[in-house]
Ligand binder design. Structure first.
Ligand code: TRP
Length: 331
């Protein structure tokens, strides 16, 4: 059975785009693979969160994963910092990760541009830590979006390099599992810029309040309206329809399609309807998130069991790696 590993930075509250993208796939994968999903709280330190924020965010993301249907009985769901074997493997991999290749990574260059006063070594070695996350469980598959493809390519490089250096086959070379395309709906943002993303600032979070959802949807970019019957929709309008297709009933979509096609559409009505349908869609998830966040006992149980399972797998790999590198016990 192939092993799957994926992580999410603890700064990223899940939004609708994640829900119909990564999370939907995680839920499917947990049924037929050996899956490890974790909250990358070490990675979040590259942006210097306060201690209180760090903790609150980890808890929030954990609750969101669970509310969406990641099942701790099927998948191993854990917090990265609960597994000390990960930073140890990261240290070992760092010895064979070269400055040049790390500096050339697009995500490093982007971050260095975004936070010029905080170009720390953790940012530079971000892909090494990510590689450790993945190969410590001998993962075969990593579900990633486009933005993580280069990081995964580096993980493949580090795995191959280790195997070659010691002439072993310790690490499988992890393959990307891309879920974009196929039957996946790419959820657009509200600003007409394409994909919904937290860093793009155009996202609707699963935990977002109804008032905030209404405000954001009403502000969504539109155009002056169709002037000819059956006219092609420009990108910004197509985006609103795509969102509607995932949250509204087919009747609602058909109604607005008709009014668009005969030029009687009023975007204000469409947005009002869309906002209400998003609220209807997210409310059960939001309620569940809120319940789980309050349930300290459940969260601590899930985190403890996850940590135990993750550590069992991680320590096995690390022991093997230490032995291969030449660390032998004197006692
Ligand atoms: N870098 C990933 C992101 O920002 C998060 C991540 C950390 C990850 N470690 C990972 C993803 C290992 C997949 C596998 O989205």
């Amino acid at each position: 059975m192939p092993t799957v590993v994926s992580g999410i930075r603890s700064t990223g509250n899940l939004h609708l785009g994640n829900y119909f993208g990564a999370v939907k796939n995680f839920i499917e994968m947990q049924n037929e693979h050996s899956t490890y999903f974790f909250i990358a709280d070490f990675h979040s330190l590259t942006t210097h969160p306060t201690p209180a924020d760090l903790h609150i965010n980890v808890k929030q993301v954990m609750a969101e994963y669970l509310a969406c249907g990641i099942d701790p009985e099927k998948a191993t769901i854990f917090v990265q910092s609960d597994v000390p074997e990960i930073p140890e493997l990261y240290l070992l991999l760092n010895m064979n990760a070269y400055l040049g290749e790390l500096e050339r990574t697009t995500s490093f260059k982007d971050k260095a541009r975004q936070q010029p006063d905080n170009v720390n070594a953790g940012l530079l070695t971000y892909p090494v830590l990510m590689a450790a996350d993945i190969i410590i469980h001998k993962a075969n598959l990593v579900p990633v979006g486009k933005d993580q493809e280069q990081n995964l390519e580096m993980a493949r490089t580090f795995a191959r390099r280790f195997n070659r250096m010691y002439n072993v086959e310790t690490f499988p070379i992890p393959r990307p599992y891309t879920f974009e395309g196929k039957d996946m709906v790419k959820i657009p943002g509200l600003d007409g810029s394409g994909k919904m993303g937290k860093s793009e600032g155009n996202a609707i979070a699963l935990a977002e309040s109804p008032e905030s959802i209404r405000k954001k949807v009403m502000r969504a970019v539109t155009d002056a309206g169709p002037t000819e019957d059956n006219q092609q929709k420009p990108e910004v309008i197509k985006n609103l329809f795509t969102l509607m297709e995932v949250v509204s009933t087919p009747d609602t979509v058909a109604h607005f399609e008709t009014t668009y096609n005969n030029c009687s559409i009023r975007y204000g009505d469409l947005k009002k309807q869309l906002a209400e349908d998003i609220i209807i869609f997210t409310t059960p998830i939001r309620t569940k998130i809120e319940e789980i966040v309050k349930d300290q006992e459940y969260l601590s149980k899930v985190a403890r069991i996850g940590a135990e399972k993750a550590r069992a797998s991680a320590s096995k790999t690390l022991q093997e790696v230490r032995e291969i590198i030449g660390f032998r016990k004197f006692y």
